[in-house]
Write a protein of this length. Structure first.
Length: 367
C-alpha cells in the first residue's frame, strides 16, 4: 500500500513516527520529573516544619527551665526570661499558623502558661505566696501538663518525619520512573529507527538499487532485462520511463539490424552484378578478338605481301564499314574555326583504321 504514496509522504510519515515516539518519551519523562520535583518540594517543606517544631519544643523547654530556675532562686532575671520567651513563642506560633496541628500545640502551651507559669510568676513576686507557687510546682500538675505539651509536639514531629519518609520514597520512585522511561524511550527509539530503516530499505533503497542495475544493464546493451513495476510513486514513474526507453532501444536495435542486413544483401547483389558484368565483358572481348583474328586470316589470303626485313612496320587499312553520319554539334562563336565545329561536308573523308603489323622474320611470297 505504501508503494502508491509519494516519497515525500513516506519521509514525512517516517519522521512523524520517530517524532511521536520522542514526544511520548519526553511527555512521560516530564510528568515523572514534575512529580519528583513536587515530592522534593514537599519533602523540603516537611523538613522546614520539623525544624520549626524542634525549635518550638526547645523554646518551650527553655521557658519551663527558666520558670523552675526562678522558682528555686527567686532571681528576677529568670522571670524576665520567662516573659520574653512568651513573646518570642507567640511570634513563632504566628509564623507557623499554616502548619497542620499547630493550633492544638499553641492552645496547650497557652493553657500551661496561663494556668501555671503566669500564676507562679505572679505568686513569686509576693512574699506571702512564694511558698504556694513552689507548692504548685511540687504538686506535679504543671510538669504533667508540660509533658503532655512536649508529647504533642513530638507527635507532630513524628508525623512530619513519617511524611518526609513517604515523600522520599515517592521521590525515589518518580526518579526511577524517569530513568525507566528514558531507557524504555531509548529502546523504543532504537527499535523504531531500525524498523524505519528496514522499511526505507524495502520501499526506497532496494528499488533504487534495482533501478541502478537496470540502467546499467540497458547501458551495457542488455535489452532483455526485466523492468517490472507496480508502484505509483516517483520511483514507479522512473520505472515507466525506463520501460519506454527500453522499448525505443529495442526498436533502434531492430532497425540497425535490418539496415545491416540490407547493406549485406546489397553488397552481395553488387558482387553478383560485377561478376555478371565481368563475364559479359569477357564474352564481348572474346567475340571481338575472334572476329579480329578471322579478319587477319582473311586479309592474309587476300594480300600476301609482307615486308622483307624483320621489324619493319607495315600499315594496312582494314575495310571496315563507313560510320554513320552524326548531327553537327552546336558551337560557340569562339569555336567557329575549330575542326570539330565545321560542317561535315568540309571535313576530310573518313578513313578506315590502320592495322599495324611487326613480323619477326621474313615472309616468302605465297604461290
Amino acid at each position: 500500500m505504501l508503494n502508491n504514496f509519494s516519497l515525500t509522504f513516506k519521509s514525512l510519515l517516517f519522521f512523524g513516527l520517530l517524532a511521536m515516539v520522542g514526544v511520548a518519551v519526553g511527555l512521560v519523562s516530564y510528568i515523572k520529573s514534575d512529580a519528583a520535583r513536587q515530592a522534593v518540594a514537599q519533602r523540603a517543606d516537611m523538613e522546614a516544619q520539623v525544624a520549626d517544631m524542634q525549635a518550638l519544643k526547645l523554646e518551650i523547654e527553655n521557658q519551663a527551665l527558666s520558670l523552675k530556675s526562678f522558682l528555686l532562686t527567686g532571681e528576677l532575671s529568670w522571670s524576665d526570661t520567662v516573659r520574653s520567651g512568651y513573646q518570642a513563642l507567640s511570634g513563632h506560633f504566628d509564623e507557623m499558623t499554616t502548619q497542620q496541628g499547630i493550633d492544638a500545640v499553641k492552645q496547650d502551651w497557652q493553657d500551661w502558661y496561663n494556668n501555671f507559669a503566669d500564676k507562679q510568676l505572679t505568686m513569686m513576686r509576693d512574699p506571702m505566696t512564694v511558698e504556694l507557687a513552689r507548692a504548685m510546682e511540687v504538686s506535679g500538675e504543671s510538669n504533667q501538663h508540660l509533658n503532655d505539651l512536649i508529647g504533642l509536639i513530638d507527635e507532630q514531629i513524628e508525623q512530619r518525619q513519617s511524611r518526609m519518609a513517604d515523600l522520599t520514597a515517592e521521590q525515589n520512585a518518580e526518579l526511577n520512573s524517569v530513568t525507566s522511561a528514558a531507557l524504555i524511550g531509548l529502546v523504543l527509539l532504537i527499535v523504531a529507527a531500525m524498523g524505519l530503516a528496514f522499511l526505507n530499505h524495502l520501499i526506497i533503497s532496494r528499488p533504487l538499487k534495482k533501478m541502478v542495475n537496470v540502467t546499467g544493464a540497458l547501458a551495457d546493451g542488455n535489452l532483455d532485462v526485466d523492468i517490472a513495476n507496480n508502484r505509483g510513486d516517483e520511483i514507479g514513474k522512473m520505472y515507466q520511463a525506463l520501460s519506454v526507453f527500453q522499448v525505443n532501444l529495442r526498436r533502434s536495435k531492430q532497425l540497425e539490424q535490418d539496415a545491416a542486413e540490407q547493406r549485406k544483401q546489397a553488397e552481395i547483389d553488387r558482387k553478383e552484378e560485377m561478376r555478371r558484368l565481368a563475364a559479359e565483358f569477357d564474352d564481348v572481348v572474346g567475340t571481338i578478338v575472334g572476329k579480329l583474328a578471322g579478319s587477319a586470316r582473311a586479309w592474309k589470303r587476300i594480300h600476301p605481301i609482307w615486308p622483307t626485313r624483320p621489324g619493319k612496320r607495315l600499315n594496312v587499312r582494314l575495310p571496315y564499314p563507313r560510320q554513320p553520319s552524326r548531327p553537327t554539334p552546336m558551337c560557340r562563336p569562339s569555336q567557329a574555326r575549330q575542326k570539330s565545329c565545321l560542317p561535315r561536308s568540309t571535313r576530310s573523308p573518313a578513313r578506315s583504321p590502320m592495322l599495324r603489323v611487326w613480323p619477326m622474320k621474313p615472309i616468302t611470297r605465297l604461290s
